[in-house]
Design a protein around this ligand. Structure first.
Ligand SMILES: Nc1nc2c(c(=O)[nH]1)N[C@H]1C(S)=C(S)[C@@H](COP(=O)(O)OP(=O)(O)OC[C@H]3O[C@@H](n4cnc5c(N)ncnc54)[C@H](O)[C@@H]3O)O[C@H]1N2
Ligand code: MOO
Length: 459
């Protein structure tokens, strides 16, 4: 059941930090998915519409092109030459011409365009300037309609230019612009702003003792995008309650170029603990928000929080420890962004486990793994504050509290940036090293008698 402590609290009645009922890992994913409804479709400016799913057909608002124009630099002419020259834009009577450039509006009475390289200027018997064919002109040039782009030759008013459901590519955007659109109706997609907290966190350079380099700024916008969100910029704050409160009221992106769209989700990093410097829950409560998830029985990432503010924004509180944060993002953020973006609850696959993993009663462990001979071996360097193990991982095992036996199938998920988890071998077939059939190799002898723990090979 979802606990909602924020609802009963007021700022005069500070929340009790120590008490909360953690969701199981499975409950937390489902609760995050169920908390959100798909964001309705709406118009977005063309420059932000790339990759979005078109919600309604784009139709031609008028004939395209909407006026007849010249396809060549030269002369708009009426009838046969020689032609008397008149001012550009005036109606052409038979045997009259006026200069025109490529794309120029064909004047009334213009029947064709004589290319500049097919034309020559001369004088008539009265000594007045006239235009004649010459140069590379072919006999009969220009024919009626020659080198004129007719109105409506690309589309007639009302024609469907792009069908609803298309994922908008750059050419779609150009076509919409050509048709006169400034914005397009697209399916909703969550805009995610990041609030990175911690006065010890520095954004550049080599950290001295007591400082840490920010791991979230370089990775979270990309991961948010991979999970189907729109990275909407980020703000950094220190550790004071006032900063937390002000920023949660309105995250002001510092990153230049962030799309100027209201946030649907604010992802915070740090401050999920229960010490005097951890303010997430208090700030959410003071803003009148409700906690959807307050802790998950998993490791790492157990202090993760999901809250909903009265204005409808979700706040996803990731723990400060970098690996813990990524595991919390995979558990809560991925389902939340999927639900907001019209998607399904992300899939969980199974992979044969390449090690014995002892029980850890009461909590799920999320273990980045490496695939060795088709089996998942826990990666090294996977402390909650580390990134090295995740950086080389092939996926993440979801190890149940009762542990896993060697060779047993264990639930697993792919990394947003990684390859899909390979389908496990058919029942009855044994996971074997690729060289198992070759005689004389140690692997061949051992694989024949059952699964082998290859994790010692991981460096
Ligand atoms: N007494 C207890 N202490 C802690 C518990 C607990 O149950 N009882 N849980 C631990 C676990 S597990 C986690 S996870 C963290 C949660 O910490 P917070 O979310 O409050 O985060 P901070 O305390 O602000 O930072 C934790 C850690 O992460 C580093 N950090 C913060 N931001 C960044 C960043 N942008 N890039 C890299 N590293 C970052 C920060 O320096 C800290 O080292 O609480 C444990 N403690
Ligand atoms: O579980 Mo914490 O979330 O270890 O790092």
């Amino acid at each position: 059941m979802t606990e909602e402590p924020g609802k009963e609290r007021s700022s005069a009645d500070p929340p009790e930090k120590a008490r909360h009922a953690a969701h199981t890992w499975e409950e937390a994913r489902q609760a995050a998915f169920d908390a959100a409804t798909p964001i309705p479709a709406g118009p977005v400016p063309l420059h932000l519409a790339l990759g979005r799913i078109l919600d309604q057909d784009v139709v031609a608002l008028q004939d395209m092109p909407h006026y007849a124009s010249s396809a060549m630099d030269g002369w708009a002419v009426n009838g046969t030459g020689p032609w008397i020259l008149v001012e550009p834009g005036t109606r052409l009577a038979p045997h009259q011409a006026s200069p025109i450039v490529t794309g120029g509006l064909i004047p009334p009475g213009g029947k064709g365009v004589l290319r500049s390289e097919s034309a020559g200027l001369g004088k008539d018997e009265d000594g007045l300037p006239v235009l004649m064919t010459g140069g590379s002109a072919r006999p009969g040039e220009p024919r009626t309609g020659q080198h004129i782009r007719k109105a409506g030759e690309e589309a007639l008013e009302g024609d469907i230019l792009v069908k609803a459901g298309a994922q908008l590519n750059p050419a779609h955007l150009a076509l919409a612009a050509l048709a006169g659109y400034d914005e397009l109706p697209v399916q909703g997609k969550p805009v995610v702003r990041l609030l990175l907290t911690g006065s010890e966190v520095i954004g550049e350079g080599i950290p001295v003792p007591g400082q840490v380099r920010d791991t979230f700024g370089p990775q979270l916008p990309a991961v948010v995008t991979m999970l189907g969100g729109i990275a909407g910029g980020q703000q950094r704050i220190g550790d004071s309650y006032e900063e937390w409160l002000a920023a949660l009221e309105d995250v002001v992106p510092e990153a230049p170029g962030a799309p100027d769209l209201p946030a649907d989700v604010v992802i915070t990093t740090g401050g999920t603990g229960r010490s005097g410097t951890d303010h997430l829950r208090d700030a959410v409560a003071e803003l009148g928000g409700r906690l959807v998830i307050d802790g998950i029985a998993m490791r790492p990432g157990h202090p993760a929080v999901l809250a909903e503010l009265p204005d409808g924004r979700f706040v996803l509180g990731l723990p400060g420890n970098p690996l813990a944060a990524m595991m919390a993002l995979s558990t809560v953020g991925a389902p939340l962004l999927a639900a907001l973006g019209h998607g399904r609850l992300p899939d969980i696959q199974e992979v044969p486990c390449g090690s014995i993993i002892e029980p850890d009663p009461g909590r799920t462990r999320l273990m980045p793994f490496r695939l060795l001979y088709g089996m998942a071996s826990p990666a090294q360097h996977t402390g909650p504050g580390m990134m090295r193990g995740l950086a080389s991982a092939d996926g993440v095992m979801v190890v149940p509290p009762h542990g896993v036996q060697l060779g047993e199938l264990v639930p697993a998920f792919a990394l947003p940036w990684g390859p899909p988890i390979p389908a496990p071998a058919a029942p009855g077939s044994k996971a074997k090293p690729r060289n198992a059939a070759r005689p004389g190799r140690t692997a061949a002898k051992t694989a024949a008698s059952g699964p082998v723990d290859w994790s010692a090979l991981l460096g």
